[in-house]
Design a protein around this ligand. Structure first.
Ligand SMILES: NC(=O)c1ccc[n+]([C@@H]2O[C@H](COP(=O)([O-])OP(=O)(O)OC[C@H]3O[C@@H](n4cnc5c(N)ncnc54)[C@H](OP(=O)(O)O)[C@@H]3O)[C@@H](O)[C@H]2O)c1
Length: 278
């Protein structure tokens, strides 16, 4: 089995470039899906307080028998936990649900520009949790360039990652460049545009021409751009197919054709206006 490359984060922590995403994986199915992912070779799991399935992830980690150091687990602060005291309490709850002593990566899920808690104050509590050893790295998600610049200007620790929506219809070249300028790794969420890539003719044509599945073509494009990805899939076959990305390469021409599909089109919410608090 080809091994997954790692990316070294700005604090020296190594993260596998390919992981398994658990958004919309029902809690009752999560243990089995994550065990399928471990079986296929994945060692990086992306969950969130909001997904309601941290227990299932934790049960799978325990049942897998894998050494703790061989598994990378990310979770994210829910939108109703931005208040600094809630950062600490909710991280403790996440650790308990996951059955872990510490996380590998903990993210602010959304910047929530319209709520009355400033994400800079939330971040300072994240910094305290990091210094207390409750997580090996901290980062943000859905931060636009202006959120990121303000955070970096007003706090001490530069986020290790910015997890943002990226796929062939939203290539995010500008924001990825801002992340890179600050040594913030880009994690690409919904790398398959939640399935919309499968309807695209150019992607299907490239897949046919190289004898690979369309999902593999799109995920390989993200890997070759240097992003960290964690596709979600519901069958063991798809989970395994999405892991099989390291035995082939896309040509420069195919990379360029996929990048040219950009329409600056989101499949998820706009971080500048999204203020949902459960
Ligand atoms: N930070 C954030 O705000 C944020 C937001 C969204 C997502 N995320 C993270 O990013 C992860 C991935 O994004 P996502 O779950 O939204 O969507 P995605 O990975 O882009 O796409 C998942 C969809 O593609 C289908 N699919 C997957 N592999 C396939 C294959 N090999 N062949 C055919 N169809 C396939 C899945 O179908 P089946 O499930 O039916 O197999 C599902 O409908 C999430 O799970 C989550 O961890 C983060």
């Amino acid at each position: 089995m080809a091994s997954v490359p790692t990316i070294t984060l700005n604090n020296g922590v190594e993260i596998p470039q390919l992981g398994f995403g658990t958004y919309q994986v029902p809690p009752e199915d999560t243990k089995a899906r994550v065990l399928d992912a471990f079986e296929a070779g994945y060692r990086h799991i992306d969950t969130a307080q909001m997904y309601g399935n941290e227990e299932g992830v934790g049960e799978a980690v325990t049942a897998s028998g894998l050494a703790r150091d061989d598994v990378f687990v990310t979770s994210k602060l829910n939108n109703n936990n931005h208040e600094p005291d809630r950062v600490h309490a909710s991280l403790d709850e996440s650790l308990e649900k996951l059955g872990l002593e510490r996380l590998d990566l903990f993210l602010i899920h959304w910047p929530l520009p319209g709520i009355d808690i400033d994400f800079v104050d939330t971040w300072k509590a994240m910094e305290e949790a990091y210094r207390a050893g409750k997580t090996r790295a901290i980062g943000v998600s859905n931060f636009q360039a202006h959120h990121l610049r303000r955070l970096i200007g007003e706090t001490t620790i530069i986020p290790a990652v910015n997890q943002i929506e990226v796929h062939p219809f939203l290539t995010q070249d500008d924001l990825r460049a801002v992340n890179a300028e600050h040594e913030v790794a880009t994690e690409a969420w919904s790398p398959l545009a939640q399935g919309q890539v499968f309807e695209n003719e150019a992607i299907n044509a490239i897949a046919e021409s190289i004898g690979r599945a369309p999902a593999q073509v799109v995920l390989r494009w993200a890997i070759q751009r240097g992003d960290i990805v964690f596709p979600k899939a519901s069958s063991p076959e798809r989970v395994a197919q999405n892991f099989d990305l390291f035995g082939f390469e896309l040509s420069d021409a195919d990379m360029a054709s996929i990048s040219a599909l950009n329409e600056d089109r989101r499949v998820g919410p706009d971080p500048d206006t999204f203020n949902y608090v459960p």
